[in-house]
Design a binder for this molecule. Structure first.
Ligand SMILES: Cc1ncc(COP(=O)(O)O)c(C=O)c1O
Length: 394
């Protein structure tokens, strides 16, 4: 490997949320934080260098996102995902969550129903209710092998004339599914039939493990592209969430006008000067780093898998097809949500995201962020191994 995924970096000298919120969330500074979805792995050198170069220029005034930055992402999406985008379809957004909020304003009115497929990244739920829209819950179902899939019968039975929007998470946080072409097409057919607009949050799309392949929802067909707004960005892929830059791709002109109207009311401006430099460097020069990162993340998956095999009566590891988030089925421990969180904090000294924060369907689960250097992963595994081994005495 040309890049170092073993180096443990001290983040205590920065304001890293993962660390600063430990006391508030876990009532302890001693937990290894494996919750919020950023990496404890260094951002690729090409990005660090581009930001440093920009920082060396002493004027940080207003800037436009340069055309060359958009072009870099367009080329990346075509090469890695076969997704054709045009500059005129794209908006800058500092945050995918902000994009979702803007889209809710653009494509629905108060009282409309928005489909959410739970368990789900929490802002999906709160964005809908905070904006005065109604959540239409379409929980994922587990198939015979225990894998999650869409429940399309449930969806069909719930759609009514007020159902206007579907918030798709692809790949899915927290369950780690990379949806197949067949699954996406079946979902798209329902949306087309009922005139439902789709916001496809594809922020995790570059973090996919072979043989799985990310299929951009809007790439299914021209008619699907016409009902879709796609949110993508380098935040998860290259660990640049703190640079606050992503894009939204809206091919349909009418939808674009509606989005633009909501967008201008908020005033998204044009991002920060460091983000522009980092964004372009990521998409132009970051490919080899990403390929090596994926190998490293797969090693961490293997470590988790062996741990779960050793404690198969207590914990079930649902191997992710994408994302760096492991969805752990802890129902074998027989603990309620509060006890489960306490077990991880007090017995394993690990700060994880409780499954119930992703909706009630997450009861009995914990989400573990395994985007950490090798030695940190080994510490986490050892801590959890010990805690599970002594669980009977808990
Ligand atoms: C599915 C999903 N969407 C959006 C975000 C957040 O994106 P942003 O920081 O650009 O708002 C996350 C972060 O964990 C996520 O998992």
């Amino acid at each position: 490997m040309s890049f170092d995924f073993q180096c443990v970096v001290d983040r205590s000298t920065t304001n890293a949320e993962k660390y600063t919120l430990r006391q508030k969330l876990f009532k302890s500074e001693d937990v290894l934080p494996m919750w919020v979805a950023d990496m404890d792995i260094e951002t690729p050198p090409c990005i660090v260098e581009a930001v440093q170069k920009r920082a060396a220029h002493p004027i940080y005034g207003y800037e436009e996102v340069p055309l060359s930055a958009y072009e870099a992402q367009i080329e990346w999406m075509k090469k890695r995902h076969g997704f054709e985008m045009k500059r005129e379809w794209m908006f800058y957004s500092h945050s995918v969550v902000a994009t979702i909020n803007t889209a809710i304003h653009a494509f629905t009115k108060p009282g409309d129903k928005v489909i959410i497929q739970t368990p789900i990244y929490p802002p999906f739920l709160s964005n809908v209710t905070r904006n005065g829209r109604e959540v239409l819950r379409n929980p994922l179902k587990r198939d015979n092998d225990g894998d999650y899939t869409f429940d399309l019968d449930d969806l069909r039975s719930k759609i009514d004339a007020d159902t206007k929007l579907l918030l798709l998470c692809s790949p899915h946080n927290p369950v780690g599914r990379v949806w197949s072409q067949k699954e996406l097409q079946a979902l798209a057919d329902i949306c087309l039939e009922h005139n439902i607009t789709v916001v496809a949050d594809e922020i995790h799309s570059d973090l996919v493990y072979a043989p799985h392949k990310h299929i951009p929802f809007a790439s299914l067909s021209e008619e699907v592209a016409n009902i879709t707004a796609t949110a993508i960005g380098p935040g998860k892929t290259f660990n640049t969430a703190g640079l606050a830059i992503s894009t939204v791709v809206v091919q349909n002109e009418q939808m674009r006008e509606a989005f633009d109207d909501a967008y201008e009311r908020i005033h998204f401006a044009q991002g920060n000067v460091f983000a522009h430099a980092g964004f372009e460097a990521a998409y132009r020069e970051g490919e080899q780093w990403l390929d090596e990162l994926l190998i490293h993340l797969q090693r961490n998956i293997s470590k988790l898998k062996s741990l779960a095999q050793r404690h198969s009566d207590k914990i079930r590891f649902i191997e992710p097809q994408g994302t760096y988030l492991a969805w752990l089925d802890c129902s074998g421990l027989g603990l309620n949500s509060r006890e489960l969180k306490r077990f991880f904090v007090e017995e394993a000294a690990l700060g994880l995201s409780p499954g119930v924060s992703f909706g009630k369907e997450g009861k009995g689960y914990m989400r573990l962020n395994f985007a950490v250097p090798g030695p940190t992963m080994d510490d986490a595994i050892a801590q959890l191994d010990l805690a599970l081994s002594s669980f009977d005495e808990y």
